[in-house]
Design a protein around this ligand. Structure first.
Ligand SMILES: Nc1nc2c(ncn2[C@@H]2O[C@H](COP(=O)(O)OP(=O)(O)OP(=O)(O)O)[C@@H](O)[C@H]2O)c(=O)[nH]1
Length: 534
């Protein structure tokens, strides 16, 4: 994830300005403004993977929420004001020094020469393993290379003094008492504002994990965590997939109220559309496909509950979360509203920080649910049904645009033997590695699905069969090089693939059939190869 320095600077200056405005006019509304901007800044840091800065911002956010109060509790007490001020200034200073360090020319940072400044604060795809026994991480370090992640191992006593910030730091705490381990983590947390800090071989008891997380660690892996689980986390942290912005449909008859809500959502990077007439809601849902509906409770001609009941009659909108907004404080009515198809109830005037937190958490769950419907749980790739649907859509698009489209079926070789020799969980891990490799090597616009057990479907819009061959053959060679650890040793596996192409073949189903035939040819010819359908 990338973060232009100017954007980070703009964000922290905006936060500092709203704090300054509260200092000048210490009224409740001004504090709300500050809390919203602070919350949006914390979200921004999280989204950009600036983990250390995010932790500081989140702590200040907690403190400001505790001081939120109402019109009668402002200005806040002097002591709290001074403390908040020094923490806000501390965060700004930390962000400024991070920008200063990260934008210094890279060569200058290394050897004192002039060169181009970094255009971006993204820490790149680099991982540091830090520990006393680097041999233990040798296989993982070499495997990561195949997934485009550069990994380096350093001894605790030999950390490079001036180097670019890695994306992820893996800290092996074997044989280090948790008190000392926490000091190490705090030091690294202070030095690296953006990196993810992962603690390895931490005792699984509550207080050790609490101490590690409190010292700035983002994730803890208990002693004995299998390497594939660690690998999966590293790959997840380096995945370049940028999630689509959250979408909210606001159903609210008051223009002022909907503008206010939309502004609050926009501050937090959430897109929204507003309609004033509840009877337009079905059309808006179809057109906009929101992740959540914010529904006013009382509108002329139709209440929010009535609108929610109509929405719930349509199977495709059964699970879209509905959050009611209302001045209503009658608990009985709120319970009724929730029973009749709503998910949450916010009373006006609502706290904007709470509104954002609720909207985000509901959308996260909703997206997870949808993900599980369309994606395979082992690999996160499209499942059988959705890969077929996406392929059909790609065939239609290729036909409309007179464009090329290549399809490949991929099948891991002698997979039964892998399962029999190393066990089913290791087999699962091989399937996952191939999924990662495909996702990492193919474009965002390509379709990658798990078609069956150890069989994958790939579709490459814009590519013909011989271009697809080049791409897949490269992936095949690299996959064959990956060392899969087993006990104290390791082994390799290979795959075979068959390729077909549109427009020679006019339908998704026929393309899959021809690719399957070519795959069969590849297996018959000895496996570990890619064959284009004749
Ligand atoms: N671990 C694991 N194994 C699976 C999964 N799905 C299918 N399999 C196994 O994959 C194996 C597929 O074996 P076969 O179709 O006989 O083919 P193969 O051994 O790969 O041999 P070739 O395809 O001819 O190279 C079977 O043993 C299945 O049980 C899965 O999700 N996880």
């Amino acid at each position: 994830m990338s973060c232009p320095p100017a954007e980070l600077q703009k964000k922290y200056e905006a936060m500092r300005a709203t704090w300054g405005a509260y200092r000048a006019t210490p009224r409740f509304e001004q504090f709300v403004e500050f809390a919203v901007i602070l919350s949006s800044f914390a979200e921004f840091l999280h989204a950009k993977g600036l983990s250390g800065l995010h932790q500081i911002a989140r702590d200040i956010e907690q403190q400001s929420l505790a001081l939120f109060g109402d019109e009668h509790t402002h200005p806040i007490a002097d002591g709290a004001l001074q403390e908040l001020e020094s923490r806000v200034e501390g965060l700004c200073a930390r962000a400024a020094s991070f920008i200063e360090h990260s934008t210094r020319p890279i060569e200058d940072r290394r050897a004192g020469h002039d060169s181009e400044p970094a255009a971006d604060l993204s820490p790149g795809r680099r991982v540091w393993f830090i520990g006393d026994d680097l041999d233990a991480w040798r296989d993982l370090i070499s495997q990561l290379g195949y997934f485009g992640i550069k990994a380096e191992g350093y001894n605790w006593t030999k950390l490079p003094a001036n180097d670019d910030e890695p994306t992820t730091l893996l800290l092996d705490m074997t044989g280090i008492a948790i008190g000392i381990a926490s000091q190490h983590m705090q030091k690294l947390r202070t030095r690296f504002a953006a990196s993810n800090l992962l603690g390895l071989n931490i005792d699984a008891d509550f207080s050790s994990m609490q101490a590690a997380l409190g010292a700035g660690c983002d994730f803890c892996f208990a002693r004995g965590t299998p390497l594939p689980a660690i690998m999966a986390k590293i790959i997840e942290l380096h995945a370049s997939e940028e999630e689509e912005a959250y979408r909210v449909l606001v159903v609210e008859d008051s223009l002022t109220a909907s503008k206010l809500i939309q502004r609050t959502l926009a501050e937090n990077g959430i897109e929204s559309q507003a309609i004033a007439q509840p009877r337009e809601v079905l059309n808006a849902l179809k057109r906009y496909q929101p992740d959540l509906i914010l529904m006013d409770m009382y509108m002329p001609g139709c209440t929010g509950v009535e609108a929610a009941r109509v929405i719930r009659q349509h199977p495709e909108f059964l699970s879209v979360p509905i959050v009611y907004l209302s001045g209503e404080t009658d608990v009985g009515l709120q319970v009724d509203a929730l029973r009749l198809g709503g998910d949450h109830f916010l009373t006006k005037p609502f706290n904007p920080v709470i509104l954002n937190a609720i909207v985000k958490s509901k959308i996260e769950r909703y997206r997870l649910l949808r993900r599980s419907m369309f994606h395979d749980s082992l690999t996160g790739l499209l499942n059988h049904t959705s890969s077929k649907q996406r392929l059909d859509a790609a065939v239609n698009a290729a036909a409309n645009e007179h464009d090329a489209l290549a399809v490949a079926m991929i099948d891991i070789d002698h997979f039964k033997r892998v399962n029999d020799s190393y066990g089913h969980p290791v087999g699962d891990q091989i399937i996952r590695s191939l999924a990662w490799l495909l996702k990492q090597r193919l474009r965002k616009t390509d379709i990658v699905g798990r078609y069956g057990g150890e069989e994958f479907l790939v579709a490459l819009p814009g590519a013909n069969a011989s271009q697809a061959f080049q791409i897949l053959d490269r992936i095949r060679r690299d996959f064959g090089q990956i060392k899969h650890p087993f006990n104290e040793t390791w082994f390799n596996t290979t795959f075979s693939s068959g390729v077909s192409q549109f427009p020679t073949i006019p339908s998704g189903e026929a393309l899959v059939k021809d690719a399957d035939e070519a795959l069969y040819e590849a297996k018959r010819a000895g496996r570990d190869r890619v064959v284009i359908h004749a």
